[in-house]
Ligand binder design. Structure first.
Ligand code: ADP
Length: 547
């Protein structure tokens, strides 16, 4: 027997229509590439998204065709989120920090029909457009007055002229909720990048997930600042969730230095901000030495790589901003877990609570997870035993785009498919998961595993350290031994012996690195994460003093 409730497909266009109707004057504020601050409302955004949808219709774009963006976080980008997906096309967000050759490869692999890009990226598009013959239109996300002369890009049009003249009313197509809506390529540190292809259904369900109180706790009374880029797993889904709640949205545009972010947070009374640790490092680097305080910011979502305890400490204890440490990945839309305390934890001492908050947190409803050994046997949730982390759920990838013949999932006895995350983690009896490593970064010393994240976190707590990476080096007796690669803060000086002494009492003796290598800067990947492959290249020829 079926239930007798209305069947309404979960569609992305419904999000913006909800916002336009119930939060028509809800504000969207953007720092623009053009240099000024732009503000308008959800009502205006919906109107322009509908105009955009008709511009795509006029181009003759079929359902499912890809429209790419190379753009910062801003209102036009958000219009593309709704106009492209809502009209049945697939939004392909491209990370502009990738190498131009890689960008051309991605555009061709995705078969993008139209590419929309910010003014910043004119030189990038000049470098790649000739290598992307299938793109029929390049759209510069600005108005006629800002289009530079003689770009040499054939078929270039400006966004404002492109959507102008179309009616502000539009009947969104009644799509099947499983229709593809957007796609995102993983950074692909080895081999070619692979794409996760999201659906309307997965996107809307994910929006419900991140709004909940144990995740971002988003509501119409919030003003959110997504610093995490809209080209990085859809800014963790925040634009969709924002429309669902009607919260005010503040976009940083290209200005992601500490001073610009701080000023925007204060000027626009931001209550929640989301970003990766490297960005917050820059924000703290401005706030702390200048003795600044936040007047409205009450929480910040930090994820994408492990949030160092020193950062949690600075936000929570010095600045009164709650840290929501989140874990996820491109293949998971991206939300997997978030660290919010349970009722019973409120009785814990501050130190015990602090320890829990360093973990990556509990699974949100919609994500199931488990850890397994090398034979696929499930491991206990004792908070100590590390294993390979597997996940399943309605917003988790089943197959990669254009790789439908290969199956990345691992099946259990009931025939249920689990996605192997490539992360190594422990899970405690309360369901708090803690990432100890990427499986390829784990350090195996004398048969025991050393968590590179633990080693890095402690180094990051040293006042002289700007960034630290822990790498396993081959060792004749122990298989591998950890070394610490360190970039110091400007003007700081600390010796190898002092740094290693800093570990005493914080780690078991055998887990303490054997050596310290000082570098000017730790190489970062396109999404701001440490690039361990590059670090290993830099260390070519290095030999462990203990080997
Ligand atoms: P990439 O393309 O670099 O893999 P993702 O955003 O998909 O980009 O990266 C996902 C990976 O990032 C995870 O599998 C995990 O290794 C790491 N990661 C994400 N969030 C955290 C976190 N809070 N703590 C530790 N690692 C994290």
């Amino acid at each position: 027997m079926h239930g007798l409730m209305q069947h309404q497909p979960l569609l992305i266009a419904n999000l913006i229509e909800h916002a336009a109707r119930h939060h028509s004057d809800g504000e969207i504020v953007s720092r623009r590439v053009e240099g000024d601050i732009h503000r308008y409302t959800y009502k205006q955004q919906a109107e322009r998204a509908r105009q955009l949808a008709q511009a795509l219709d006029q181009e003759g774009l079929e359902l499912g065709q890809r429209v790419a963006t190379i753009a910062w976080n801003g209102y036009r980008h958000m219009e593309l989120y709704f106009g492209v997906s809502g009209s049945g096309r697939v939004l392909h967000t491209i990370n502009p920090r990738l190498h131009p050759e890689q960008i051309a490869w991605i555009i061709n692999h995705a078969e993008d029909a139209i590419v929309c890009f910010d003014l910043t990226f004119v030189p990038l598009v000049q470098a790649v457009h000739a290598h992307c013959p299938a793109v029929k239109k390049w759209v510069l996300m600005t108005d006629a007055a800002h289009v530079p002369a003689d770009t040499g890009i054939a078929g270039l049009e400006n966004y404002e002229d492109w959507i102008a003249g179309h009616p502000i009313r539009y009947d969104w197509p009644a799509l099947d909720e499983n229709t593809a809506s957007s796609m995102c390529y993983t950074s692909g540190t080895t081999g070619h990048p692979k794409a996760a292809l999201y659906s309307h259904r997965s996107t809307v369900l994910h929006s419900y997930g991140i709004i909940t109180p144990d995740v971002m706790s988003l509501s119409a009374s919030d003003a959110i600042l997504p610093v995490v880029p809209m080209f990085h797993v859809n800014a963790w889904g925040t634009p969709y969730a924002a429309a669902a709640t009607g919260c005010k949205v503040v976009f940083p545009g290209p200005a992601m230095d500490g001073k610009s972010l701080y000023e925007l947070i204060e000027a626009e009374s931001v209550t929640m901000a989301a970003g990766v640790p490297t960005i917050w490092q820059m924000l703290l680097g401005h706030v702390q030495p200048n003795n600044l305080r936040f007047s409205t910011l009450n929480r910040t979502v930090i994820g994408g790589s492990a949030c160092p305890p020193a950062m949690i400490d600075a936000f929570e204890k010095q600045l009164g901003v709650q840290v929501l440490h989140a874990w996820g990945m491109t293949e998971m839309s991206p939300l997997g877990t978030l660290g919010r305390l349970k009722n019973k934890h409120l009785k814990l001492s501050e130190a015990e609570r602090f320890k829990l908050l360093q973990k990556q947190g509990r699974a949100v409803f919609g994500v199931d997870m488990k850890i397994v050994d090398s034979n696929g046997e499930e491991l206990p949730w004792d908070g100590k035993t590390p294993g390979d982390l597997l996940v399943r759920g309605p917003w988790i990838l089943a197959k990669y785009f254009k790789m439908e013949d290969s199956d990345p999932l691992v099946y259990d006895a009931q025939g249920r498919g689990w996605f192997p995350t490539g992360d190594v983690a422990t899970i405690d009896p309360d369901g708090f998961m803690q990432i100890t490593d990427r499986s390829k970064d784990v350090i195996k010393s004398g048969g025991e595993w050393i968590s590179s994240i633990d080693v890095e976190n402690i180094a990051m707590g040293h006042p002289a350290v700007a960034m630290a990476a822990c790498i396993g080096m081959p060792h004749p007796k122990w298989d591998e031994r950890p070394i610490l690669v360190v970039a110091l803060k400007p003007g700081e000086d600390v010796s190898k012996e002092q740094l290693l002494a800093f570990y005493e009492g914080k780690l078991a003796k055998w887990q303490i690195p054997d050596d310290v290598v000082f570098v000017d800067a730790i190489p970062l990947g396109a999404t701001g994460k440490m690039l361990k492959t590059r670090i290993r290249e830099l260390l070519q020829g290095y030999r462990l003093p203990t080997a």
